[in-house]
Unconditional design. Structure first.
Length: 203
């Protein structure tokens, strides 16, 4: 009898551990498109981030830091004095309504960053079954453009976009930069989906 009593307790503990793990780790699906003329990582593998006029603010520092961490994981090193590559970053955040009922999610077509025209996903509930508008999708997107510092030629262009019904953690930008650099310097051709974990710090 004693042995049987601790089995439910053990199962309860395992369930709590799994729930705790789920609350701290979340998978982020990034729709990625990349274009490259590189055949190998440049030597030296150095870069400098060139901020656009709209990015000359302290509020952009956190985004730049996340990008630098992702660039380091891709094998690149920041060197503002002697860069081989010039890097420009782009970020975007917005919320969009979902499509009308019985219309599936739209395909991603060509867009300013390569990830297309903000096609929404989901189903609406209308007519006699309408209880309100569908929850809007929160969209987070990043882009990276790399130029050869000596010729100014674009050698790498990549973008990643994520949509979710929940408000995104700011750290999702770091995951999207990782997704955008997936496969660097010779990424797969065409649009693809990259799924990476977003780990939240335990309270």
């Amino acid at each position: 009898m004693t042995q049987r009593r601790w089995i439910p307790v053990l199962l309860l503990g395992l369930a709590e551990a799994l729930l705790a793990g789920c609350s701290n780790t979340r998978l982020v699906d990034g729709q990625v498109q990349s274009f490259s003329t590189l055949t190998a990582v440049p030597a030296p593998a150095t870069y400098r981030i060139e901020r656009l006029p709209s990015q000359q603010t302290p509020s952009f520092d956190a985004i730049a830091t996340l990008a630098e961490q992702s660039l380091a994981r891709a094998g690149l090193q920041r060197d503002d004095a002697a860069p081989r590559l010039l890097v420009q970053l782009g970020v975007q955040a917005d919320a969009v309504p979902r499509y009308a009922p019985f219309r599936p999610y739209g395909a991603y077509g060509p867009g300013p960053w390569g990830f297309g025209g903000w096609a929404g996903r989901g189903w609406g509930v209308h007519g006699m079954w309408r209880f309100g508008e569908p929850t809007p999708l929160h969209r987070r997107a990043v882009s990276i453009v790399m130029r050869d510092a000596s010729t100014q030629a674009v050698v790498y262009e990549t973008s990643a976009v994520h949509e979710d019904v929940w408000v995104s953690d700011p750290a999702v930008y770091g995951v999207l930069f990782d997704a955008a650099l997936n496969g660097f310097p010779k990424p797969p051709q065409g649009p693809r989906q990259v799924r990476l974990p977003l780990v939240h710090a335990a309270p």
